[in-house]
Design a protein around this ligand. Structure first.
Ligand code: PLP
Length: 370
C-alpha cells in the first residue's frame, strides 16, 4: 500500500524552528497562555497583515465569536453570513444569540454575492454585522463590500480563516472590514496545531477583547466579574509553533500555487472539469485546490477512486442554509453555493507533497475519464 496522502496536513519548517520556540518556552517555564511566544506570534501576524491589533486565541471560531462581540452584535440581531463556508463561521452567530441570514455566492468569486448582500441590507432591520468569508483563499470585491456596509452602517467581519497570505488589489486578506480573523487550525496553510488570531485597528477594543478572552476579570484585588468571560487565550507553547510557521509563509504560498498549477495543467483537458476561478487583481493563497465537475464522472466517484489509492479528498463545504442545524433560517440567493457543493471536489493540497505524489493523484483521476 502506498503511503497515505492527506488533504491538507500540517507542514513544519525545514529547520524545525517550531521546536526551538516551544523548547525555549518550556526551558523558561512559560507554560501558560501568556509569554514571549504569544507576544512574538501576535507581532508576526499583525505585521504581516498590516493591522495595528492582533490577539492570539485558541481557534478561528473563538476569534469569530469575539469579533461578533467586539462589533457589538447582541441578542436578537441579524448577521448576514456567507452560506458557502465551514460551520466555524456561522456557529458563533448563535453563541451571541443572534440570528443568521445566509447569503448565496457568486460564480465569479465563490464568495458572497454582493447583489444579494445589498438586497439583504435593504430588506432586514436590526442587522448587527456582515460576515464575509475568503473561501479556499479566494477574495471578494472588498471595495464594494466595505462601501455597502458603510452605506448601511453595518460592521463588516472578514473570516479570512483559510486565506492567510492571499491578496486582493494588493491588500492582504485579514486586513478588510472592522474585524478579521485567521485560523491556525491543523488543516490550514500554517498551523499552531489549533489556534486563531483576531485582527483590527481599535486599540481600546483590544483591551476588551483580551478581557473577554481571559474570563472577564475586573481590575480588583480579588476575582471579580461584571461580564461573562471566556477562556480563549492561546498557549505560549503552541504560539511557538506559530512563530516558526510564520517564517515559511512565502515558501508555502509558492508551493500551494505550484500544486494548483500542476493539477490544472494535468487535468484541465478532461471533459467537464473547471478549476477555482482566477480573477484579475486577486492573488489567492490556493489553500486547497478545488475543481467543479460538469461531467459524466461525479465527485463521489473521484473521491472513492482516490480513497482506494489511499488518498484523502473531500467535497466542497456544504452550504449553511442546507445544514439541519440552521433549518428555518432565512436565505437570500439562488443555487450557486448549492451547485458548487454538489459538483465540487477538494484535491489533496499538502505543501509537503512530492511531484510523484501529485502524479499519482492525477493518474487516478485521469483513469476515470478514459
Ligand atoms: C477553519 C475555518 C474556521 C474555524 O477555524 P478553527 O480554527 O478551526 O476554529 C472558520 N471559518 C472558516 C471558513 C474555516 O475554514
Amino acid at each position: 500500500m502506498n503511503d497515505r496522502i492527506w488533504l491538507s496536513p500540517p507542514h513544519m519548517s525545514l529547520n524545525k524552528l517550531e521546536i526551538d520556540y516551544m523548547l525555549d518556552a518550556m526551558a523558561k517555564n512559560w507554560v501558560a497562555p501568556l509569554g514571549e511566544n504569544v507576544n512574538g506570534f501576535e507581532k508576526d501576524v499583525r505585521e504581516r497583515i498590516g493591522r495595528s491589533q492582533a490577539t492570539a486565541l485558541i481557534s478561528g471560531t473563538s476569534a469569530i465569536h469575539l469579533a461578533l462581540k467586539a462589533a457589538g452584535v447582541t441578542d436578537g440581531q441579524i448577521v448576514l453570513c456567507q452560506s458557502l463556508t465551514f460551520s466555524g463561521s456561522a456557529n458563533p452567530i448563535r453563541y451571541v444569540q443572534a440570528t443568521p441570514v445566509f447569503i448565496d455566492s457568486s460564480l465569479e468569486t465563490w464568495n458572497m454575492d454582493l447583489d444579494y448582500l445589498e438586497e439583504a441590507l435593504k430588506t432586514y432591520d436590526n442587522i448587527g454585522a456582515v460576515l464575509s468569508v475568503d473561501i479556499y483563499g479566494l477574495g471578494n470585491d472588498y471595495e464594494r463590500m466595505e462601501a455597502l456596509c458603510k452605506k448601511y452602517g453595518v460592521p463588516l467581519i472578514e473570516d479570512a480563516a483559510e486565506a492567510l497570505g492571499s491578496r486582493y488589489n494588493g491588500r492582504p486578506a485579514g486586513s478588510f472590514g472592522d474585524y478579521s480573523i485567521i485560523s491556525f487550525n491543523g488543516n490550514k496553510i500554517l498551523t499552531t496545531s489549533g489556534g486563531g488570531v483576531l485582527l483590527h485597528d481599535n486599540a481600546e477594543m483590544d483591551q476588551r477583547i483580551r478581557y473577554w478572552a481571559t474570563q472577564a476579570r475586573d481590575p480588583a484585588p480579588y476575582y471579580e466579574h461584571s461580564e461573562i468571560g471566556y477562556n480563549y487565550r492561546l498557549s505560549n507553547i503552541t504560539a511557538g509553533i506559530g512563530r516558526g510557521q510564520m517564517t515559511v509563509l512565502d515558501e508555502r504560498l509558492a508551493q500551494k500555487k505550484f500544486i494548483y498549477n500542476y493539477y490544472k495543467e494535468h487535468l484541465q483537458d478532461l471533459e467537464g472539469i473547471r478549476f477555482m476561478p482566477e480573477i484579475p487583481h486577486h492573488e489567492p493563497n490556493y489553500w486547497l485546490t478545488c475543481m467543479v465537475l460538469e461531467s459524466h464522472v461525479t465527485p463521489a466517484e473521484v473521491i472513492a477512486a482516490l480513497e482506494k489509492g489511499n488518498i484523502e479528498s473531500r467535497r466542497i463545504w456544504k452550504p449553511m442554509h442546507l445544514q439541519p442545524v440552521f433549518k428555518g433560517c432565512d436565505y437570500v440567493g439562488g443555487t450557486v453555493a448549492q451547485t458548487l457543493f454538489e459538483k465540487g471536489v477538494c484535491l489533496p493540497s499538502g505543501t509537503a507533497m512530492s511531484e510523484e505524489d501529485l502524479a499519482r493523484i492525477v493518474g487516478i483521476i485521469r483513469s476515470l475519464w478514459s
